[in-house]
Write a protein that binds this ligand. Structure first.
Ligand SMILES: NC(=O)c1ccc[n+]([C@@H]2O[C@H](COP(=O)([O-])OP(=O)(O)OC[C@H]3O[C@@H](n4cnc5c(N)ncnc54)[C@H](O)[C@@H]3O)[C@@H](O)[C@H]2O)c1
Ligand SMILES: O=P(O)(O)OC[C@@H](O)[C@@H](O)[C@H](O)[C@H](O)CO
Length: 469
């Protein structure tokens, strides 16, 4: 087992585990099987599912015309649930056979301040993990204790490969893991910073949450009783920096693009795909849709999203080697529109406070500096603020799933009297509430959302774009 993966959710099982499975089938990655690890209490369900079926599961690829491909993935050779036996996880990480530790721990998992980009050392679980002799509970505690053990044993550090939708995910991982290590010991912090490789990557495959219908589909069509299959769209992309001092699987044989500089690809993906998901999510929900494909089948939503991509996101990108951006954007809308995938707007609306600041706010900042357009980005932020009120346009409750919900919902409700209230949250938006051009567009959109609702607001924005050419 050469890889330990932390955060075995849907995405890892549809992406990296597939790539390794491809290589194993070709006989090319025998020493690169994956040990999956779950760190959070909620991962007990994955432990039970995977361990009851020898780590095997079904990956179902859903094509837009309704065709399905299904295969059993066998690259997860072991699964450890860390709360059951923290020491077993630490020793698996410290084992000389472990050469890569990969991560899909979500954007929030990196625990950094959204404005300064610095590691947040005040989180209670982090404070606890930094104490001498602590039994870890966080990703920081596990990875850094394992690195410290390797160092003490004269073993080279493993490579930490982040596969999360965080810009500069490798560098960000270096920042947060070395900052945590420095809390334990400044010298250890310097060593983690300098001696550990943190390649960055761009990863892409829309992987919705598995539903009971998916389980039923696997049972009916394939005759397989699978406790936790995973479903995904056909599209697969992985662009990776080739910095693996202890070696790596021959990823290129599994369709991975190995490049010197992943940043142009990351910016393209996070600002065109993920930020557009945010553009679809709240406006879509408030307009009465529940699935991404339903929302983009509405020409007003699709035109708004394409205008956002063309006029606000694209001007902030760098040239992307070998990519025709126009075709990329057209393909994105086709992917969002795949009716078979049934990606829920609820998934896209969750954990907004970890997504909007990371994907959309950087677009706004760059557009403000360059004198570019910001009206659509401002409207997306306003649509989140309206959604965060927790009540829809019919007076029905909205389940706001966000680690900051307790703080954000009252703030959003107060904006009926104080319209800039939500935007003044500096931890999320920095100084955006002091940018007159942005604030004007934001207040226009929020006022319109309150007066005429989400769909009419989008119609006006789209019509405004046509008038201004
Ligand atoms: N689903 C997709 O379409 C997709 C596509 C590309 C990239 N990704 C990346 O993968 C991440 C996970 O997506 P998913 O669909 O697998 O989600 P998921 O909910 O199925 O799984 C998330 C996993 O991350 C773990 N996790 C969450 N917070 C953590 C924390 N603070 N510390 C340690 N572990 C933590 C959970 O325990 C779980 O194992 C996304 O946040 C994104 O960065 C997802
Ligand atoms: O999973 P998250 O939190 O990074 O974001 C939600 C979606 O935008 C995301 O999962 C996309 O579906 C994915 O990034 C496509 O590759």
């Amino acid at each position: 087992m050469g890889i330990v993966h932390l955060g075995v959710g849907g995405f890892h099982r549809a992406h990296q585990a597939l790539a390794i499975d491809d290589l194993l089938r070709r006989g090319e990655a025998r020493e690169w099987g994956i040990c999956g690890v779950g760190l959070l209490p909620g991962d007990a369900a994955m432990r039970d599912a995977l361990n009851s079926q020898d780590g095997l599961y079904t990956l179902v690829t859903k094509h837009p015309d309704g065709r399905l491909d299904a295969r059993v993935i066998g690259s997860l050779v072991e699964y450890l649930f860390a709360p059951d036996d923290p020491e077993a996880v630490l020793e698996r990480l410290a084992d000389p056979a472990t050469r890569i530790v990969s991560l899909t721990i979500t954007e929030g998992g990196y625990n950094f301040d959204q404005v300064t980009g610095e590691f947040d050392a005040t989180t209670p679980a982090v404070v606890a993990d930094a104490r001498p002799g602590a039994v870890p509970t966080t990703v920081f505690g596990y990875v850094v204790e394992a690195l410290a053990r390797r160092r003490a044993r004269g073993l080279a550090p493993f490579t930490v490969m982040s596969c999360d939708n965080v810009q500069g995910n490798g560098e960000k991982a270096r920042t947060v893991f070395s900052a945590f290590a420095a809390l334990r010991d400044p010298e250890l912090g310097r060593w983690v910073h300098d001696a550990v490789a943190f390649p960055s990557s761009m990863v892409d495959r829309i992987t919705p949450v598995t539903t009971d219908e998916d389980r039923e589909l696997v049972r009916e069509r394939l005759g397989v009783e699978d406790r936790w299959p995973v479903v995904a769209e056909p599209f697969f992309q992985w662009v990776l920096e080739d910095r693996f001092p202890l070696g790596r699987p021959p990823f290129e044989d599994a369709g991975v693009q190995l490049v010197e500089d992943v940043e142009p690809y990351e910016l393209m993906k996070l600002r065109l795909l993920n930020a557009s998901h945010q553009a679809i999510a709240y406006f879509g929900w408030l307009s009465g849709y529940r699935y991404a494909h339903e929302a983009v089948a509405d020409p007003v939503v699709a035109t708004f999203v394409r205008d956002f991509m063309d006029r606000e996101a694209t001007p902030t990108l760098r040239p992307v080697p070998g990519v025709d951006l126009d075709a990329y954007k057209t393909t994105l809308l086709e992917r969002f529109g795949n009716p078979a995938v049934r990606d829920t707007l609820a998934r896209l609306c969750a954990e907004s406070s970890d997504r909007i600041p990371k994907w959309l706010v950087p677009v706004v900042r760059e557009q403000l500096v360059a004198g570019g357009e910001v009206a659509r980005s401002a409207a997306v932020v306003a649509s989140w603020a309206r959604y965060a009120e927790g009540v829809d346009e019919q007076g029905e409750p909205i389940d706001v799933v966000d680690r900051l919900a307790d703080e954000l919902v009252p703030l959003a409700r107060s904006q009926r009297d104080d319209p800039v209230a939500f935007l003044r949250n500096r931890a999320l938006f920095g100084s955006l509430a002091e940018e007159p051009r942005f604030v004007e567009a934001y207040l226009d959109a929020l006022g319109s959302l309150h007066r005429v609702g989400a769909h009419a607001t989008l119609e006006a924005l789209v019509a405004g774009s046509r008038r201004s050419g």
